[in-house]
Design a binder for this molecule. Structure first.
Ligand SMILES: [Zn+2]
Length: 333
């Protein structure tokens, strides 16, 4: 049985606030409070500022909605869902003083850009897209049981995507256009020196020896002050506070990742594995928004069957292009 949140849930915590955060673009102020050693925002405050209605459910989930938006969060869990795309909060949603709290960094770096498109800093107009076919040369990447290699597939898919983007009028550059060793830092350096406006690193996944995981996931750079999705334990380390040049585009990065992930799942029927955060070498030093997409698991038989088909790789390319186009619309000004 569901019930609507009590009125008190929406109360403002100015009285006990010990900090405040002002957002970037259309400035908003949310009072923050330290709970369990982290800065948190009352979920009711975020809902109010973003014009969302809140509904708490017996399964400890909280649904925030507006006519355009649906967010799902769960108390004591890092899992979140925005418009059907999975996210992981930097720390679990906390129940404290009879209120629900979420980490301030997630409000600033995930929900604000996703729900209000604030703080987008990408160069405009968006012309040059740098595609980065993962691996190459002696670095074969993942391999499927049928002998297919990730390095071959990433180049194949990047070329298909390039053809579609060129048709749409983009200038498209590849970090490698043959089977050669390409160091990770040279990939972002290439994007910087060629003045790329957008960077997409193309990969296929593997969880071998585990054969079950399948589906698509999209990574963007972890913001400074947050843990990466795969982090174990709740303690932030000094490395979590380093700021890279790619962090200048935190807001663009998450919107781009969202658009691409939503398109990949929606258009190819891939299992939804969400938008994840990582401090990947190819993303850290970018001077433009960038993501790394994992387009399916070569360790999974069903995914491999699909990925082996040329028609499916066309579908993947079309989905990636549609995601880029959706981001372009979102970021246009
Ligand atoms: Zn890879």
């Amino acid at each position: 049985m569901r019930h609507w949140l009590p009125v008190g849930w929406m109360s403002v915590w100015a009285a006990c606030a010990i900090g405040a955060w002002a957002g970037p673009a259309q400035s908003i102020v949310l009072t923050t409070r330290h709970v369990y050693g982290r800065e948190y925002v009352a979920l009711g405050d975020m809902a109010k500022v973003f014009g969302l209605k809140g509904q708490a459910n017996r399964d400890r989930s909280v649904i925030l909605t507006s006519p355009q938006v649906r967010v799902r969060l769960t108390v004591d869990s890092r899992e979140a869902e925005v418009q059907g795309v999975k996210y992981w909060l930097s720390a679990p949603l906390a129940l404290h003083s009879r209120q629900v709290w979420l980490p301030a960094i997630d409000v600033v770096k995930t929900f604000d850009p996703l729900l209000r498109r604030t703080g987008l800093a990408a160069a405009w107009p968006l012309r040059t897209v740098v595609l980065d076919p993962g691996h190459g040369g002696p670095d074969q990447g993942a391999h499927a049981k049928n002998g297919l290699l990730e390095k071959t597939l990433t180049l194949d898919l990047s070329r298909r995507l390039r053809a579609l983007l060129v048709q749409k009028g983009y200038n498209v550059l590849l970090t490698r256009n043959d089977d050669r060793e390409t160091p990770l830092d040279s990939r972002s350096a290439f994007a910087r020196s060629r003045k790329g406006d957008l960077f997409v690193s193309v990969h296929f996944n593997s969880s071998a020896p585990s054969l079950e995981p399948r589906g698509a996931e999209t990574f963007c750079l972890t913001p400074s002050g947050a843990q990466s999705t795969s982090a174990k334990g709740a303690t932030l380390s000094a490395a979590d506070f380093v700021t890279f040049s790619g962090n200048r585009f935190d807001n663009d990065n998450v919107v781009l990742a969202h658009c691409i992930q939503q398109s990949l799942v929606g258009r190819t029927g891939a299992v939804e594995r969400g938008v994840k955060r990582a401090r990947f070498e190819v993303l850290k030093d970018l001077a433009c928004p960038g993501v790394l997409v994992e387009c399916g698991f070569l360790s999974n038989a069903s995914d491999t069957r699909l990925i082996s088909q040329s028609s499916h790789r066309d579908k993947l390319a079309a989905a990636l292009m549609a995601g880029i186009e959706t981001y372009k619309k979102a970021a246009s000004r």
